[in-house]
Design a protein around this ligand. Structure first.
Ligand code: MCF
Ligand code: FE
Length: 421
């Protein structure tokens, strides 16, 4: 089936941030095989003249752009409202250890609610960090395109075989459902919480299986102190919560990066990464994702985007989980970020924010969407945005005025009314 979709304005989300006014897309999709793609990009009028027999929809006062990708989200923490403490990383991490079991009870409704919110807010693709495996089934049965990062965590040398076995079980479960819509992947929680030997096994598995790899990295000043100087708050943390006195990190930051060679990992947060680390990440062909509101709540700072640009790294913006956010709406996330980065050029920042929820997360997740181009998947979002037609600063006005819920979302060329929710 072929159809034409158009809008007052199309953000192609290519490298130059091209914008097509009164643009149209010819898309094709086969609902049975899921085969779909964008065939042609032109102005709406001439497309409808060339194909008068096709169904055509035009959205006025709206922006059509690639469906969004939320590359870092924890669905399993969707029960949190006020259990976890904010303001500094040690308080937050201690509260997670204390409350994580309570947070994992009666989870399914909250996970469903947040899956629906992703779709309603224009997200077609997610990079879901799965700590326990409770999100696997709800995500398999959702219309989302999922990269499911099975997470490994644990620093006790005696528990490593058990932890690796548990990880393999979850990974195997995911592999049975592997499809163009559901991709099993791996996560090393972080170098402070995952033993070197376990991290090495996960990195090896990711390479061997050719799957995406994600890790939280240099999120807090306490992590930096621990990895670089083997002291500070983490020493107390391991003693207090795990009874390990005189604990030592099993690796430093550079040894961790060495493990990840040839995996093009997705590094999440990197708030305390210095030039040496960013240079290494760029050389590893890694990606950097941040979660601005999570970073505000846990660490009181934002990722330095100028520094990232210096190393030719393009920021990815994500929501993290309700463990460190008040809402998982990705449009609201970039709107907050826009006001957080008060000193950056407003137009440049608006473009970076939009590319950071479309083009770059799609590259990091290895999905053929995130850009409107011929041959790309027909994953598209249409947002009403009053005043966009006459705007002379369209990306900026989109960040400010786009409705926080989509008018229509196409996944593999199919609109909302065809999904089974
Ligand atoms: O990204 C945020 C903050 N940094 C680290 N971890 C998490 C975040 N949100 C949820 N988490 C999870 C993580 O995946 O919390 C646990 C892990 O399972 C923390 S370590 C007990
Ligand atoms: Fe996270």
């Amino acid at each position: 089936m072929k159809q034409i979709i158009g809008a007052s304005c199309i953000f192609l989300c290519d490298e130059r941030f091209s914008i097509l006014e009164n643009g149209g897309l010819l898309i094709e999709c086969d609902p049975r095989s899921q085969h779909n793609k964008i065939l042609k990009i032109q102005d709406f009028k001439s497309l409808t003249q060339s194909y008068p027999e096709l169904q055509a929809s035009f959205y006025t006062d709206s922006v059509l752009l690639p469906a969004l990708s939320n590359a870092h989200i924890h669905f399993e923490f969707s029960n949190n409202r006020s259990h976890l403490l904010y303001g500094d990383f040690p308080s937050w991490l201690s509260s997670v250890i204390t409350h994580r079991d309570d947070l994992m009870t009666e989870l399914s409704q909250s996970i469903q609610r947040e899956i629906k919110l992703q779709l309603a807010s224009g997200v077609a693709s997610v990079g879901a960090i799965s700590s326990y495996g409770y999100d696997i089934s709800p995500l398999i049965h959702s219309p989302l395109k999922v990269t499911l990062f099975n997470e490994a965590i644990g620093s006790n040398p005696e528990a490593l075989d058990f932890l690796y076995g548990n990880l393999l079980e979850r990974f195997e479960e995911c592999r049975q459902y592997s499809s163009a819509r559901f991709k099993p992947a791996l996560a090393i929680h972080s170098p402070y919480s995952t033993h070197y030997v376990l991290a090495r096994k996960i990195a090896h598995l990711a390479k061997h299986e050719g799957v995406r790899l994600s890790c939280h990295f240099l999120e807090s000043k306490e992590e930096k102190q621990w990895l670089y100087h083997q002291n500070g708050w983490f020493k107390e943390f391991f003693s207090h919560f795990f009874g390990v006195h005189q604990a030592k990190p099993s690796m430093n930051a550079l040894e961790f990066l060495d493990l990840l060679q040839d995996t093009s990992p997705l590094f999440v947060h990197c708030l305390f990464a210095d030039d040496e680390i960013l240079d290494r990440i760029a050389k590893l062909c890694g990606f950097v994702a941040c979660a601005p509101r999570s970073n505000r709540l846990l660490n009181g700072r934002y990722l330095d985007l100028d520094k990232l640009r210096y190393f030719d790294l393009h920021p990815i913006f994500s929501t993290d989980g309700l463990s460190s956010n008040h809402s998982l709406n990705l449009i609201e996330e970039i709107r907050s970020a826009f006001f957080g980065y008060a000193s950056l050029d407003a137009m440049q920042l608006a473009q970076d924010l939009i590319l950071g929820i479309t083009r770059f997360p799609a590259l990091a997740l290895g999905n053929p969407n995130g850009e409107i181009g011929e041959g790309k998947d027909a994953d598209l979002a249409i947002f009403e945005c009053e005043g966009i037609e006459s705007s002379r600063q369209k990306p900026l006005h989109f960040v400010l005025h786009a409705h926080t819920h989509v008018t229509q979302l196409y996944i593999n060329g199919q609109g909302e009314q065809t999904w089974k929710l």
